[in-house]
Design a protein around this ligand. Structure first.
Ligand code: FNR
Length: 374
């Protein structure tokens, strides 16, 4: 082998196996990696927003419209990022939002996500439509903190069975998603003829056709008639805390508190449902203001950097959740990739706290941010 060919070989080795890895230093690097490595159909499904994708994109832009007002000379030699959600300690205020079918991005899907979440000591909200069952996800990381994302199905028995299973698995809360009375219109999925896994292929429902006598509910489980009275139905069913995911107005936040739920996730489903609604970080302040500390308020949508996390907390969120970046992490390296995504957000958040003059979470407050006109 000549010196020249040795150098070419080393160069190729570096860019293929090491260089690409080492260049993944922020979440948008992982996004680019995933765009390059997933099939177009899968990438489009994960990236999709509804209609013109205005809200999906505004979720990110809205963070850029918020400026920070850092304080100096605060002795930030020690910084503590720990917090609690519903009384359980997590290492930093970034959890994993529920998203369907992680096997689209990595062979063992949610099992990797579950292990990574536990390793990073945070909270994983597992989707009803996961590609691993709640039992499998629990077995992958038995001590991890998990909440279960639930829909109220046409066939209430199906929802009830899920509740019973996750209670037995020591899940700590139910996250009731309320912004999907119908699925949003995602144009690329229509163009690509993307096939949503049939509900009975979803692992949480394996063999469900044998358990259910209601065929209609098997093929079209979501129920557009769900209303606040069904929240009561769920409360009567379980002693687990209930968190409502998908609230965007102070009116609904008020109703949620009146109905006795324990938490609210300000969410627009990553801009995948009604296009044109407020970016979640723009909706957050009115909801925090309406709730007045009576229940915990969380937010998801467009969180991509540690300073985004800082802004969300300054505006009153107790914790944020991330959706698409988990798929990007899985695509790059499975469990290790998700761990890196969380570690990057942890490190960036800690650095942002230090640069803004905050030693701990309780020092993050509304004075830290200002809305900018551009
Ligand atoms: C979602 N989301 C979602 N929400 C939910 O309650 N149940 C679900 O099964 C899913 N599935 C799902 C799949 C995909 C591919 C995406 C992108 C999103 C919404 C999710 O929980 C969250 O609200 C957003 O993803 C947050 O926005 P970012 O972080 O993706 O910008």
């Amino acid at each position: 082998m000549t010196w020249r060919s040795l150098f070419i070989f080393l160069g190729l080795f570096w860019t293929t196996f090491l260089g690409s890895e080492m260049s993944l230093i922020c979440l948008s690097d992982f996004e680019e990696y995933a765009r390059d490595h997933l099939s177009k159909v899968t990438w489009d499904f994960i990236a999709a927003g509804a209609d013109d994708c205005f809200t999906r994109d505004d979720n990110l832009l809205a963070f850029k419209r918020i400026r920070l007002r850092p304080r100096m000379l605060c002795d930030v030699s020690e910084i503590d990022t720990k917090t609690t959600v519903l009384g359980k300690e997590i290492a930093f205020p970034v959890g994993i939002a529920p998203t369907i079918n992680h096997r689209l991005a990595w062979p063992d899907g949610e099992l990797s996500t579950s292990r990574a979440s536990d390793a990073m000591n945070t909270c994983y909200i597992t989707s009803t439509f996961s590609s691993s069952s709640a039992e499998e996800i629990t077995a992958a990381a038995p001590n991890g903190l998990r909440w279960f994302q639930l829909y109220i199905f046409r066939n209430r028995k199906m929802s009830e069975q899920l509740v019973r299973r996750v209670e037995a698995l020591n899940y700590k809360a139910l996250v009731l998603t309320v912004d999907v009375p119908y699925g949003g219109k995602r144009r690329n999925d229509i163009r690509n003829n993307f096939k949503f896994p049939k509900y009975f292929e979803v692992k949480n429902f394996e063999n469900a056709s044998e358990r259910s006598d209601d065929l209609e509910s098997l093929t079209n489980p979501l129920d557009p008639s769900v209303s606040w009275k069904d929240v009561h139905w769920l409360q009567n069913l379980t002693r687990l805390p209930i968190i409502i995911k998908g609230i965007l107005t102070k009116e609904d936040a008020e109703l949620a508190v009146e109905h006795g739920v324990q938490g609210i996730i300000v969410s627009n489903h990553g801009g995948r449902q009604l296009d044109g609604v407020l970016a979640t970080i723009d909706a957050l302040p009115e909801i925090v203001n309406a709730v007045q500390g009576r229940v915990e308020v969380y937010v998801d949508g467009g969180i991509r950097t540690g300073s985004d996390v800082l802004k969300a907390l300054a505006l009153g969120a107790r914790c944020v959740f991330i959706g698409r970046p988990i798929f990007w992490g899985l695509t790059s390296q499975g469990e290790e990739g998700v761990r890196k995504i969380l570690q990057i957000l942890h490190d960036e958040f800690r650095l942002s706290m230090g640069l803004a003059g905050c030693k701990n979470i309780s020092e993050i407050n509304r004075n830290l941010v200002q809305f900018s006109k551009v």
